[in-house]
Ligand binder design. Sequence first.
Ligand code: 0L1
Ligand code: MG
Length: 262
Amino acid sequence: MAMNRKDIEALAAHLEAAELEARDVTKITDDHPQMDWADAYDIQDEIRRRKESRGHRTVGLKAGLTSFAKMKQMGVDTPCFGFVSDYMARAEGADIRMDELIHPKAEAEICIVTKAPLRGPGCHVGAVMAAIDFVLPAVEIIDSRYRDFKFDLKSVIADNTSASRFVVGGRARDVESLDLRTLGVVMEKNGRIVAMAAGAAVLGHPAAAVAMMANHLGRRGQEIPAGSFIMTGGVTEAIAVAAGDHINVRFQDLGSVGMRFV
Ligand code: 0L1
Ligand code: MG
């Protein structure tokens, strides 16, 4: 750890204010080049603590930058992990207000809910498959607080991996009836196909993202509790949206998820 507690708390307050006031800021490593990986996750944990202390519930975990398309888009080569809060959830078909966001992008995600805890080190795809209660589809709306969506990996981890809104829709299915690797995803914006992929785009298997998350949390003395909702990461690159846009994503065997930006 390269930063002291006071700096961690100040940076968490700074980034959370940018999120809640929908204004962009420069990436924090510009002013804090010494920040290390533990500091970045400590800042994210402090943002979570701040939200929970105001009464917000943490309602899910997210893996980010898990597909090669997303890593290439953002110029990084390692996944990252974050959380989502209750106020970030929107209903299927909802209007999503642009005036609460900075420069949102939408991405299609295969999600799971666990029925048993997962704890690393040593967590693997088989352990994750045994712990899956059901699978369901979602669209995550990411909104980096960093100017022009430009950041490095440590800065984006501190910024809770750009978590902003998410919409769960479609229908839940037992994992036994699905092949998560070949599950096809087609994303449409205003009726036109803008991206498509299969589940294997996420680290070869979406469950691999969850195993990686459990191993990451294990190194921090934490686990994935039973009953966790987990977004495994965008299967395609993220698509920029503007007021008036309609996003609809069709997930093979899982139905579709749609929303409008207003
Ligand atoms: O959910 C994600 O993949 C976001 C990870 C953070 C990087 C980004 O904002 O694209
Ligand atoms: Mg995502």
